[in-house]
Write a protein that binds this ligand. Sequence first.
Ligand SMILES: [Zn+2]
Ligand SMILES: [Zn+2]
Length: 378
Amino acid sequence: MVNELDQLVALRHWLHAHPELSRQESETAQHMQRFLADNAPPDKIVPLAGAGFAAVYNGMAAGRTVMFRAELDALPIYEVNDLPYRSQRDGVGHKCGHDGHMTILAGLALHLRDRPQRGRVVLLFQPDEETGTGAQACATHPNFAQVIPDFVFALHNLPGYTLGQVIVKEGVFASAVKYMAIRMSGKESHSAQPETGASPAFALAELTLAAREIQAQFDDPSAYALIVPVFTQMGVQSSGVCPGSGEVHFTLRAGDGRMVAAMWRDLSERAKMIAEKYGLLIEFETKEEFAATSNATEAVQLIKQAAKAADLDVTTIDHPFRWGEDFGELTQRYPGGLFGIGAGIDHADLHNPDFDFPDTLLTPAIRIFAGLSVIAPV
Ligand SMILES: [Zn+2]
Ligand SMILES: [Zn+2]
């Protein structure tokens, strides 16, 4: 086992040193397929959307199909850590711990080498999680019909929680998120004569303030509704030019997807009114969208059972997390469960430049997935 753990840690470090952004994960996918072929050859590799693929392990007796999901992508974040396995790609880093999640599935594959007792285990290596598109693209790919799961499970490491603690919740676990761009365009003018043009400056400012007001109308302690301006751009750095176009981007979040839709309806209506007031053309673009991840009761029971068998502490949370997970696209289609596993109370946060997946998390995480692969197919 010591050898296996060393091997897995080496795999994790290789992945960490070679991060790839969403939609560019081909080398990562190839590396994972090679690891599986060399160490735990699956019965079948099913190519899915983008660089995504599923590795299938058929059991010795009939039973249900259980799928485990890991993500392939890294983030456009510069690594500040001074590690022997530091990111070799400037400005790209595994800052969400997907290198760890992939390695956990590799560790589960080693357990499946001698084949599951019953049922079928499918390891889903999904691309493009950070852009919110990969899970849906895989689930709607024609090849997905070959691996339809009875249960689908995933975990995410969570800094701020005790190392190895399992965090569960029935129902909504991760929020629905919509990332929208709003562009307004009018006409440039001399800044000495702004009345001869149509600048979006005050319109974008009004809209930004309106977003706060709309959020307040929706938010209450149970809704966890949030509208946040994340980006804005307008004009050129010239004292004489009054801008003719500009944009502001917002992320909208809530535990319930219908609430996100309602907030967007109000925000976009208000944006149209403001644009009209200033004589501007308006354009909307959906940049990213994450369905809420909703956990099935039976899946959560199975996770609790597996955590207990793996001797891991379980905590149930009352409110969904505010971040979105595109795993929601899978739990909308199949009974499933996403759970958190603590990465340490003081561990650097997800998406921070100093984040690094803790290798000590590999063994407990593999143990709980291995437990699920035994109890869920019954
Ligand atoms: Zn992330
Ligand atoms: Zn992540």
